[in-house]
Design a protein around this ligand. Structure first.
Ligand code: FUL
Length: 594
């Protein structure tokens, strides 16, 4: 009888996959969790963020470049892959190729015989890291840009980069495109670009605002949504209306493709290395916050660590990465749920195969699942003794789809009551929930709502004594009030002005100026135009202060900055408090005086 029952139970079928699913490559990509982004090129030497395309190849001349230094640091930091800007918006190619005349082959570096992609792909292989390529479709150098022919040129560029350096795990398509008000616009053939990548590198996950492999998280500040679905909505041709920042940040519960969020953020203020930004390397606290709000929110973290003009990662960045690694090891190396017993209200078909204890097992493909009819179900973790923790980690088995849309966590009190310690929404591949520091013998997780029966393969408890959590409840409030009034600065007397610095308020909350006119005046009555139709490069995605220098000093007492195009609410999405631009637009402007 016992034998017959055992045989019957083992036949319980696995849950039917729910919704659109990740491919095998997307699951492997998500398991990487933490990768290095590297912005390197003429901008490293010019101090620009967006090169104009008029730079000469001669300026690219790193004096001591060593890709093994990059990869050994990435590896020591616990990263699993590296993605390099093979071609940024300025069009300069870090590898020699017959499609472009603007490449390393024309630079003095290694006497024009160097190839960054070759050196980096070899270094990645030597250090056991995956190799990825960023190529900007926007090209300010290529003469074909703005014509149909450019799409063919771009395909050849892709074929060349993707065909020569072994396996590529991720192809990063930057969708930034802007030439200012009089610039060229290209109609990109995304179906052609994506099929070229699939043809050349069938296993590569394609990043862009729309996927199809993974999607942009909607900001460059390092925050995925507290609700974060891996499904998103796209048109068949991967074009159509841009997804809103909120949609990018949070995904869409019933989206039509699987494209998990990738959180790209720089360790410094800008994406490219600048001497004067050595002091802007993010603090350990800031990096931990980013880690929790990306890896801990069902996203992959792509942290930019740009090499300097010598072609090496600067020691400040290196030391900070090592501090980050040490902190992560400290927090995550001891699972306080170790040795616990897990019991679920329901186990699928009563089968051992789907038992709740699978969540504490290291085998990724063993999971707890409930019966199909259940979308609200709890499990209880009983610890071997009283333990103290402040992080609860949960994982859904994503090969069967992302299902959970609401859950709560309770801790058992001394007098036997269940006390709520968290109420959250999505889980996805990995969710690390901040809870108050809790000492208890038992924890209960209540799946309150799911799109189909829950399927979880991970539960863990951790104690973090390092990061001072500032995670708050979601309270959307306020409204965006971007004003477009000119900003006027009066110095009180006539001085030689070299330029000015514009700093969006609170990292862009409430809006940023994108294009502007700037004028100067000696008396506040007559105004001289110093520049019009100018743009603060990449300020919407990365709303940090920007310095603008005049060609030569201007004698003036007043400076007036008139916004021509203001983008509302940049940077307001994805912060831990989800404030949608509550502050009124009030940026800062300062002047540089000779
Ligand atoms: C943006 C670009 O415009 C920035 O320069 C940077 O490369 C960032 C990663 O993506 O869209």
């Amino acid at each position: 009888m016992a034998l017959a029952l055992g045989a019957a139970l083992s036949c319980t079928p696995a849950p039917t996959p729910y919704g659109v699913l990740p491919t095998r490559q997307q699951v492997e990509w998500q398991k990487m969790e933490f990768n290095m982004f590297m912005h390197f090129g003429p901008n490293t030497f010019s101090g620009m963020e967006w090169g104009t395309g008029k730079e000469t190849a001669e300026m690219f001349n790193p004096t001591a470049m060593d890709c093994r230094q990059w990869t050994s640091i990435a590896k020591a930091a616990g990263m699993k892959g590296v993605i390099i800007t093979a071609k940024h918006h300025d069009g300069f190619c870090l590898w020699p190729n017959p499609v472009s005349r603007h490449t390393v082959a024309r630079s003095p570096w290694r006497d024009g015989k160097g190839d960054v992609l070759k050196e980096l792909s070899e270094a990645c292989r030597a250090d056991g890291l995956e190799f990825g390529i960023y190529i900007s479709p926007w090209d300010r150098n290529d003469p074909h840009y703005g014509t149909d022919e450019y799409n063919e040129v771009f395909v050849k560029t892709l074929e060349h980069a993707l065909g020569g350096y072994g396996p590529v795990f991720e192809m990063w398509f930057d969708r930034a495109c802007g030439e200012g008000s009089n610039g060229k616009k290209q109609v990109y053939d995304w179906l052609l670009f994506n099929s070229t990548v699939h043809k050349m590198q069938p296993d590569a996950v394609i990043f862009s605002d729309y996927g199809p492999g993974c999607r942009w998280v909607g900001n460059e500040r390092g925050h995925a949504g507290r609700t974060c679905w891996s499904r998103t909505v796209v048109n068949e041709d991967f074009t159509g209306p841009r997804l809103s920042r909120k949609e990018l940040n949070e995904g869409t519960m019933d989206g039509n493709i699987w494209a998990a969020a990738e959180t790209d953020v720089s360790i410094r203020k800008g994406w490219f290395w600048k001497e004067k930004e050595n002091s802007t390397v993010k603090s350990l606290q800031h990096l931990l916050k980013i880690y929790y709000e990306s890896v801990g929110r069902n996203s992959v973290l792509l942290l930019n660590v740009p090499p300097d003009t010598s072609g090496l990662i600067h020691e400040t960045d290196f030391l900070r990465l090592m501090e980050l690694r040490a902190a992560l090891d400290d927090i995550f190396s001891v699972d306080l749920a170790e040795g616990a017993a897990v019991e679920a209200e329901n186990v699928r078909g009563g089968a051992r195969k789907f038992r709740a204890g699978n969540m504490l097992n290291d085998n990724y493909d063993r999971y707890w699942a409930a019966d199909d009819s259940l979308t609200k179900v709890s499990f209880t973790v009983t610890l071997p003794e009283k333990r103290t923790f402040n992080r609860v980690q949960l994982q859904e088995y994503i090969p069967l789809g992302q299902r959970v849309s609401a859950f709560s966590i309770d801790a058992l009190t001394e007098d036997g009551q269940w006390k709520p310690i968290a109420i959250e929404t999505t889980i996805g591949y990995k969710r690390i929930v901040h809870v108050p520091t809790t000492t208890t013998t038992a924890v209960r997780v209540n799946i309150e709502e799911a799109q189909a029966c829950p399927v979880l393969n991970g539960f863990a408890l951790f104690m973090d004594d390092i990061y001072v959590s500032d995670e708050k409840r979601n309270v959307p409030s306020g409204e965006i009030k971007p004003a477009a009034e000119p900003l006027i600065l009066d110095l009180g007397e006539i001085k030689p002005l070299k330029g000015f610095v514009y700093a969006p308020k609170d990292n862009g909350e409430g809006g940023v100026i994108v294009t502007y006119m700037v004028e100067t005046s000696v008396d506040g009555n007559r105004w001289e135009v110093a520049a019009r139709d100018k743009m603060f490069d990449n300020i919407v995605n990365n709303p940090v202060s920007q310095e603008v220098m005049f060609d030569s000093p201007v004698q003036a007492r007043m400076i007036r900055l008139t916004p021509q195009n203001v983008e509302a609410g940049a940077g307001a999405i994805g912060t831990e408090s989800q404030t949608y631009g509550v502050s009124v637009f009030a940026p800062v402007m300062t002047v540089a005086i000779d």
